[in-house]
Design a protein around this ligand. Structure first.
Ligand code: C2E
Ligand code: MG
Ligand code: MG
Ligand code: MG
Length: 272
């Protein structure tokens, strides 16, 4: 069983390819039960005000604590959840859990929740969120939704309507991974975002690469002139934070300030 690949090389299907596929479908089956088995959990990563150093919010990041595999990272299972449609019930669990958690914090920080394309397209997400906020007793002003540009490609009219309803509730809408999509600028023109999250790939080289620096500076100015706030993700080093602060970026998130961890561990920091 040989397949002629691009160029003249002949590639052989390795048994491991089938194993890879089997492993994925096994993972998909187990993911189906992960919610009911209570194997999903949320870790939280702080976002800070660069001028004051105060925490402004926490991003909820999903983790799957698998009985045998241990902690499975979202990059492994979110794609499977998206392919299988499981992202819809899982995403609803994330929203409910994050809102319930935030309602119980002894501080009034925001909570940022990642929303998948299918949640925007297939569910009445504005209605669901309205109900979740009421049942948790969480003020809409404390909820921020992170939407990637890729999830805005399909059915723009419907998505725009959904985003307007969410904004009318008082929820903040952020464009996640800004700058990595096909048409970041035209997306800004169509959708009324409150906030842009500059992708980690730009922040990574911001003090060493003139192009990254120019993109980051321009993004901060652009967001500012559109009346949107801007947050930098993936800040790992002090020089990056200093650069961002000097250029007028208000908020940052990254390992420099804290890794995603269970909220109980942040709580100790807040109270200590
Ligand atoms: P994202 O929303 O862009 O989240 C930021 C990712 O960058 C997180 O990875 C976070 O741990 C990582 N990160 C934060 N600061 C740093 C840093 O300073 N350096 C480096 N190297 N990485 C940093 P994570 O938790 O593995 O999540 C990966 C992606 O999975 C997320 O990217 C998001 O797209 C997706 N995801 C996570 N939770 C959910 C969820 O509940 N629902 C949906 N639909 N997607 C989720
Ligand atoms: Mg995010
Ligand atoms: Mg991001
Ligand atoms: Mg990202």
């Amino acid at each position: 069983r040989a397949k002629r690949a691009a160029g003249n090389a002949v590639r052989y299907y390795e048994p491991s390819m089938d194993e890879g596929r089997r492993a994925r479908s096994a993972l998909a089956m187990e993911l189906r039960h992960a919610v009911e088995r209570e194997e999903l959990e949320l870790h939280y990563q702080p976002q800070l005000d660069l001028r004051t150093g105060a925490v402004t919010g926490y991003e909820a990041l999903l983790r799957w604590r698998h009985r045998e595999r241990g902690l499975v990272s979202p990059s492994e299972f979110i794609p499977i959840a998206e392919e299988t449609g499981l992202i819809v019930p899982i995403g609803e669990w994330v929203l409910r859990t994050a809102c319930a958690d935030a309602a119980g914090w002894n501080v009034t920080h925001r909570v940022a929740v990642n929303i998948a394309a299918a949640q925007l397209a297939q569910t009445d997400i504005a209605g669901d969120i309205h109900e979740i906020l009421l049942s948790c007793g969480l003020s809409a002003a404390r909820l921020e939704l992170e939407i990637t540009e890729a999830s805005l490609i399909e059915d723009q009219a419907r998505t725009l309507h959904v985003i307007r309803r969410l904004k009318a509730l008082g929820v903040t809408i952020a464009m996640d991974d800004f700058g990595t999509g096909y048409s970041s600028l035209s997306t800004l023109q169509v959708f009324p975002f409150d906030k842009v999250k500059m992708d980690r790939s730009f922040i990574e080289n911001v003090t060493t690469n003139a192009v990254s620096a120019a993109i980051v500076k321009a993004t901060i100015l652009l967001a500012d002139s559109l009346g949107m706030s801007v947050v930098a993700e993936g800040v790992e080093r002090q020089e990056q934070a200093d650069f961002l602060r000097a250029e007028g970026c208000r908020e940052a998130q990254g390992f420099l300030y804290g890794r995603p961890r269970p909220m109980s561990e942040h709580h100790l920091l807040l109270c200590g």
